[in-house]
Design a protein around this ligand. Structure first.
Ligand code: KG4
Ligand code: ZN
Length: 395
């Protein structure tokens, strides 16, 4: 069902469609056609829900990319004493917060359930307890309100954010950098991804988080390391640039993490001085940014060979908030005459607006899910590349 067909149907009025749709068995292809026909793709409103990691989030987004509400409740306080996410605590916190967050999102959007056209939820990958909480809640709303249910891949949420913010066309090159993922992907279309590179060990966000932990900085480590780095200078410590200058588009961060530990061990015994922390963070961040620049450069060469019309690089995921990495990518894109899109920080870290938007993109293509959808803790974007280490493991 194309957008234009949907719009024509909307122009004729919805009532007949809805009347007929009610008589059609839910979930069948005919039912999906009725549902999509009866909706004006531009004004449709979708509720998005995100619970795959340590943010409980809900948002209402329209088909023409207006974010009516975007509520995010971080579980930082619950996890901070442990220096990392505790899955069981995360799941419980989602249970107690989600209903309120959804109610807030609906109120802020000035929307009633009767105005919604569908419910989208992160169906994976992520921590299974949290994913189950979100999926069950979304299913309950869909069943109670007779709304279409959309199970969204969390990574697809990150991948399509640039189309929500900047309305860019396919194909584009995506650098997806989060707490659990470090991937370079060619985004060919909704549900169509070709992975060009991934990490062979730790994810980039994990490297930031572990570096912060070793230095006694707060959790999550990325913003803490960036803040400390702003007061320091690279070069006083000497850290490796893993895989820089090597062929391919893969990443490796475990050696860098070990080198940080070794540098800390060489410091005089006792409390680490602020100046040492700042210089070590500055060197670490510079090393990471240089590696990212080098790997993206290789990926652009491959991307251009595959898609000569492609002219855009997008960065997404929590680590995309890092200014040093953004600056490196901006300079590289300028030098290569490429467009560079970095969504605002609030849409780079985990949020539900990206899930609602990915739901909208899928809904416009008729990709509606059944209520028997089973949460997927592992869900790679490019199934052909799924055998590589760490593919689709975490959000
Ligand atoms: O995408 P995200 O919010 O959650 C996951 O799906 O993982 O990403 C969280 C990750 C954490 O590792 C956090 O330390 C990192 O993003 N992060 C940053 C910054 N802000 C968040 N890393 C580096 N610099 C930042 N400013
Ligand atoms: Zn994420």
């Amino acid at each position: 069902m194309s957008l234009r067909q949907g719009e024509r149907a909307a122009a004729r009025g919805y009532s007949d469609f809805i009347l007929h749709a009610k008589a059609v068995p839910r979930g069948t292809d005919l039912w999906k056609s009725f549902v999509i026909c009866a909706i004006d793709c531009r004004t449709m409103k979708i509720l998005g829900i995100e619970t795959s990691c340590d943010e409980t989030a809900a948002a209402v987004v329209t088909g023409d990319a207006r974010i009516l509400s975007n509520i995010v409740r971080s579980q930082l306080e619950e996890h901070a004493p442990y220096g990392g996410i505790v899955p069981e605590i995360a799941a419980r916190a989602h249970v107690s917060a989600l209903d309120h967050i959804i109610a807030d999102a609906m109120t802020k959007a000035g929307t009633d359930y009767a105005d919604l056209n569908a419910v989208a939820v992160t169906g994976g990958p992520g921590l299974i307890g949290g994913v189950i909480v979100g999926v069950m809640t979304a299913k309950a709303i869909a069943a109670a309100r007779n709304l279409p249910f959309l199970a969204v891949n969390h990574l697809e949420g990150h991948a399509l954010t640039a189309r929500l913010t900047d309305d860019i066309a396919f194909p584009y090159l995506l650098l997806l950098v989060s707490g659990g993922h470090t991937q370079l992907l060619a985004v060919e279309g909704v549900g169509q991804y070709r992975r060009l590179g991934t990490t062979i060990d730790d994810a980039i966000g994990e490297a930031f988080d572990k570096t912060a932990k070793m230095l006694g900085l707060s959790y999550p480590g990325g913003p803490a390391v960036e803040k400390a780095a702003n007061n320091g200078k690279p070069g006083r410590f000497s850290l490796p640039r893993p895989l820089k200058g090597r062929k391919g588009c893969d990443f490796s961060f475990s050696g860098l993490k070990t080198a940080v530990r070794t540098s800390i061990e060489k410091l005089p015994a006792g409390t680490i001085k602020d100046a040492d922390t700042a210089d070590l963070c500055a060197e670490f961040q510079t090393a990471v940014a240089e590696v990212v620049g080098n790997r993206v450069s290789n990926a652009v060469t491959r991307f251009r060979a595959l898609y000569p019309s492609g002219d855009t690089i997008v960065v997404s995921g929590g680590v995309a908030a890092n200014t040093a990495i953004r600056n490196t990518l901006t300079e590289f894109a300028d030098s290569e005459n490429l467009r560079f899109i970095a969504p605002p920080h609030s849409l780079c870290t985990d949020n539900a607006a990206m899930i609602a938007w990915a739901g909208i993109e899928r809904f416009k293509l008729g990709l509606i899910d059944q209520l028997d959808f089973a949460p997927r803790p592992r869900w790679p974007l490019d199934p052909d590349a799924s055998t590589a280490p760490f593919a689709g493991v975490k959000a």
